[in-house]
Design a protein around this ligand. Structure first.
Ligand code: C2E
Ligand code: CA
Ligand code: CA
Ligand code: CA
Length: 279
């Protein structure tokens, strides 16, 4: 591990994976990594600009490779999708979040609502809705503790099956967030065709809202439209107070970003919740 300080790891980047032999090694390591407990769930707090309730954090996977150090999810998630390991990884992540929530509750802490990323592949080759409901039953958790983050690419494919799984989840009380809105194949028709609860504005728009009046107009329009459709909005990648000021003025509901907190390990996030309780 190439640690440069306590919580500071140098990421193993995609370009380093271009050599096929390197790639093959990583894939075979991957299959063992789950058994060896090399994955970890980090939590990044989400802040409410209005009512300080609901959505509290996003779960983000980390792979602490024994030789290569921290491997970025931007590298291993696409790889996991490609080799079909995304299902096992997704199951593991879901269970870990439910266990962590149970642990916090046992310590007398309030149970924060956690958003979990799902990849489109988990819908196409898997009955992800059934798995989520089963995991909730097994752990005795309440469905309003979880939010499922989906991406636009999911909404492009196998419409009827995706629709029915999303409906099953929502009827059971699990809320759905559309992640990375504004990137990729963004189509406004998704917003009326699918039943969603939250819309996450991608970091690339938030970045420019202070300097660029066009970016500011885009986020303003997205937030107003989302509200008309009954959705709440989460701004991603907020890094400065100036960005926060613009977003608050535009009545954005939630924000997430380095300005507030970086993704952190469970122990550190638990302290974060404890501090909030004391305030
Ligand atoms: P994402 O879902 O868009 O997650 C947000 C990413 O932005 C995270 O990167 C987070 O650390 C980063 N971020 C948050 N605030 C800021 C900020 O203020 N500035 C900047 N520059 N970045 C910020 P991370 O943790 O490296 O994750 C990358 C991607 O990997 C995620 O993007 C998500 O698509 C995927 N991913 C992570 N965990 C999972 C998982 O459990 N399942 C699936 N399917 N995908 C995951
Ligand atoms: Ca996400
Ligand atoms: Ca995102
Ligand atoms: Ca993103």
């Amino acid at each position: 591990a190439k640690g440069e300080g306590k919580n500071c790891w140098r990421f193993f980047t995609p370009s380093m994976l271009q050599a096929t032999r390197e790639r093959r090694t990583v894939i075979s390591d991957f299959t063992l990594a789950l058994k060896r407990q090399e994955f970890e769930v980090y939590y990044q707090p989400i802040l409410g600009y209005g009512r300080p309730d609901e959505l509290k954090a996003e779960a983000l996977l980390r792979w602490k490779h024994p030789q290569k150090g921290m491997i970025s999810p931007a590298v291993f998630i696409p790889l996991a999708e490609e080799v079909g390991l995304i299902h096992a990884l997704g199951d593991w992540c879901l269970k870990r979040v439910l266990q962590d929530q149970q642990k916090w509750q046992a310590e007398g802490l309030p149970c924060p609502v956690i958003a979990i990323n799902t990849s489109a592949k988990q819908f196409t080759h898997d009955d992800v809705a059934r798995k989520w409901l089963q995991a909730l039953r097994d752990s005795g958790a309440s469905s309003d503790q979880l939010v499922m983050e989906i991406t636009e690419s999911l909404l492009l494919q196998r419409q009827t099956e995706v629709l029915s799984q999303l409906r099953t989840l929502r009827e059971a009380g699990i809320r759905i967030a559309l992640d990375d809105f504004g990137t990729g194949y963004s189509s406004l028709s998704y917003l009326s065709a699918f039943e969603l609860d939250y819309l996450k504005i991608d970091r690339s728009f938030v970045q420019g809202i202070v300097q660029n009046s066009k970016d500011e107009a885009v986020t303003d329009a997205i937030i107003a439209m989302a509200h008309k459709l009954g959705l709440e909005v989460v701004a991603e990648g907020v890094e400065t107070l100036e960005q926060e000021e613009v977003l608050r003025r535009q009545h954005c509901d939630f924000a997430q970003g380095y300005y507030y907190a970086r993704p952190m390990p469970e122990a550190q996030y638990r302290e974060f919740i404890q501090k909030q309780v004391k305030v």
